[in-house]
Design a protein around this ligand. Structure first.
Ligand SMILES: Cc1ncc(COP(=O)(O)O)c(C=O)c1O
Length: 341
């Protein structure tokens, strides 16, 4: 292609990377890399429990090598041959993949016409063999959140044999006040697991760290799927230090909120449709030239964005929020592509 520079806005990574405190902690931990992991895992669980409040303790938390690994562990713990899971068709594909891996049947429920989770339809889909319902909030690839009242109505219909997984990998970017409070269900003792990730706001996607929060019995089932020395001390040190750098986290939240507002309005101004997002990406819908074609055309000009066919949205193209300069250059490239398909 003869490009001098390629900008990746395809995997919802942080545009600014990790906190310098996290990078320093990882470097310091490297000097001990000849040792097997020690107490770092328990210490991180303790610190997370303190941050989350609600009377949660380290025993309510399980750490994995990214949210993806945590989703694998949850499926390994609860899915079996003959069991099924329920999810929105336009959502993160890992729910289906993890269900398939452990012999379950993934049941994908159509979203509402405005591409939200159709929670009443998802509740209708639950039967005696249902093990897990996956709710992704903010949802990848739509950026929608599940509002409090909708979650409440849904939870009232969920039978006791079902585990509800709230995947909140993008929760730090939410600015809408009506965001469903999933941890309240954990505190109430419901069969709810809340998944979070250090890959997004903490900028540690390459180190791989995520965690799940649930009542102790559920957390213990998940813990049984961990391998010995599951997560490296370098990873744990970086994740732990990132929690301490609250100024950095506030700045990245603000930068992402500004960047996504800019992208949303600038892309709409080009005459394209985009979904309002509460995450660190914006999804363009129904580009006139087609989603795959749009992604290919911007790639020719040095920008990697992702067509969302694999995420159940064949007419969508997801653009991760970049730095201010990257966002502005991307909009210029998009204008050129739309003008000269
Ligand atoms: C909705 C959702 N859940 C979980 C993950 C897993 O991320 P990681 O494995 O990097 O923590 C992602 C990553 O993009 C995601 O979009």
């Amino acid at each position: 292609m003869g490009l001098d520079e390629v900008i990746k806005m395809a995997s919802n990574e942080s545009p600014v990377g990790p906190s310098p405190m996290a990078a320093a902690a990882a470097r310091a931990a490297l000097t001990q890399a000849y040792r097997y992991p020690g107490i770092g895992e328990r210490n991180l669980r303790r610190k997370l429990a303190g941050r989350l409040g609600r009377g949660l303790t380290a025993d309510n938390i399980v750490i994995g090598n990214g949210g993806t690994d945590v989703l694998r562990m949850i499926a390994q713990a609860f899915v079996f041959n003959g069991g099924n899971t329920v999810m929105c068709r336009a959502s993160f594909p890992m729910y289906r993949i993890a269900t398939d891996t452990f012999g379950g049947e993934a049941q994908q429920v159509e979203p509402t016409p405005d591409l939200r989770h159709d929670l009443p339809a998802m509740a209708d889909q639950i039967n005696a063999d249902t093990r897990i319902v996956y709710l992704c909030s903010p949802n990848n690839p739509t950026g929608h959140i599940i509002p409090q009242a909708e979650a409440k109505a849904f939870m009232a219909r969920v039978p006791a044999h079902v585990v509800v997984v709230f995947d909140e990998s993008y929760c730090d970017f939410v600015t809408e006040p009506d965001y469903a409070d999933s941890l309240a269900y954990v505190a109430e003792g419901r069969n709810v697991l809340v998944v979070r990730s250090f890959s997004k706001s903490a900028g540690l996607a390459g180190l791989r760290c995520g965690y799940v929060v649930g009542r102790q019995e559920l957390a213990d089932y998940v813990r049984h799927t961990q391998l010995p020395f599951h997560t490296s001390d370098v990873v744990l040190a970086a994740a732990s230090a990132s929690l301490d750098d609250v100024d950095f986290l506030r700045e990245i939240r603000e930068a992402v909120a500004n960047g996504r507002a800019y992208l949303y309005h600038a892309i709409c101004d080009l005459g394209l449709t985009c979904l309002p997002s509460q995450a660190n990406f914006i999804t363009i819908l129904d580009p006139p030239m087609g989603a795959n074609e749009l992604a290919a055309a911007v790639l020719q000009r040095g920008y990697i964005v992702r067509a969302m066919g694999a995420f159940g949205l064949p007419n969508g193209v997801r653009v991760s929020v970049g730095t201010r300069a990257e966002n502005e250059k991307f909009v210029a490239v998009l204008r050129e592509v739309i003008g000269n398909p």
